[in-house]
Design a protein around this ligand. Structure first.
Ligand SMILES: C[S@@+](CC[C@H](N)C(=O)[O-])C[C@H]1O[C@@H](n2cnc3c(N)ncnc32)[C@H](O)[C@@H]1O
Ligand SMILES: [Zn+2]
Ligand SMILES: [Zn+2]
Ligand SMILES: [Zn+2]
Length: 273
């Protein structure tokens, strides 16, 4: 819906990469998994609130469903106080069916990325390009989505293998959510169709985290938030392995990590699906 369109002014400097500001289905595949992706992308979340402009936990169905506010409602920042331990609570933002105002504090990721991101070559050019900030970013700030084509498992495995054979960079990210004892998997590849998030590098000591956030449909957006204050000129990073099988002990085919943090594991997280 146009009045709900996110504000994303970024673009790619390569003509062969198409900018998409949110997830889209990958190439057609004749499978139940592919049909489910398309079905879910075109579905509506059933919950919405009937709040008059300001949402409060007492009455807002969106906040009640999320088990309290996930954001500091006046600062639009991730509420780390609520997060003791891991980030397993659901983030469900107010959506286009909600009657609250467009400036409701439960609308963050849907507004689009922060506007101070700069893509440039890293000092260690073997890491390729990365994203750097041209401003101070306080802890809990939404940076951008990691958006691209949503792939089926088979498509991801094929592309991953091809990337390895051609020694290309890998952009495929696999999110595993554990919810009521079931595992939901979502695989996003922004390599050819993607947003600004595709340039964020991995670090073993990252300043950001990746969090699933739902807005209008049941498929989560992969939202990147700062988990500490980030100073002008710093590189934006998250741990590629924190939400996948990335911490497995498997060493085979893992790239050397060049994050240069004091606690660098030495190898990039495994990207087996
Ligand atoms: C999502 S892309 C990140 C952007 C990429 N650097 C570029 O130039 O477009 C992921 C790829 O970047 C490189 N990369 C990211 N983090 C790295 C790290 N800590 N050490 C080495 N290479 C890294 C790897 O080649 C990885 O497959
Ligand atoms: Zn509400
Ligand atoms: Zn709402
Ligand atoms: Zn490292």
């Amino acid at each position: 819906m146009d009045d709900n369109k996110m504000n994303d002014k970024y673009m790619h400097s390569y003509s062969n990469i198409i900018y998409v500001d949110e997830n889209i289905p990958g190439p057609f595949e004749d499978s139940v998994e592919y049909n489910n992706i398309v079905y879910n992308l075109n579905s509506r979340l059933l919950n919405y609130c009937k709040c008059d402009s300001i949402c409060t936990i007492e009455t807002c169905q969106c906040l009640i469903k999320s088990g309290d506010a996930n954001y500091e409602m006046e600062g639009y920042r991730l509420n780390f106080l609520k997060n003791t331990g891991n980030l397993s609570y659901p983030i469900i933002e107010c959506n286009s069916l909600c009657t609250c105002s467009e400036s409701c504090g439960n609308r963050v990721v849907q507004k689009g990325p922060i506007d101070c991101l700069e893509v440039k070559m890293c000092r260690n050019i073997s890491k390729g390009k990365g994203i750097f900030t041209t401003q101070f970013i306080p802890r809990g700030t939404f940076i951008c989505e990691y958006a691209g084509e949503i792939l089926t498992l088979e498509q991801a495995k094929k592309r991953h293998k091809l990337n390895e054979t051609l020694k290309k960079m890998n952009y495929i990210f696999c999110l595993n959510e554990y919810c009521n004892e079931t595992q939901l998997q979502m695989i996003v590849d922004p390599s050819e169709l993607g947003n600004i998030g595709r340039y964020i590098n991995h670090s073993c000591d990252p300043n950001c985290i990746i969090v699933p956030v739902r807005v209008d449909n049941p498929l989560p957006k992969l939202a990147i938030f700062s988990q500490e204050d980030i100073h002008y000129g710093s590189e934006i990073t998250y741990n590629y392995g924190s939400n996948s099988f990335g911490n497995s002990k498997e060493v085979e085919n893992r790239k050397k990590c060049l994050c240069s943090s004091n606690n660098c594991f030495g190898l990039m997280p495994s990207d087996k699906y």
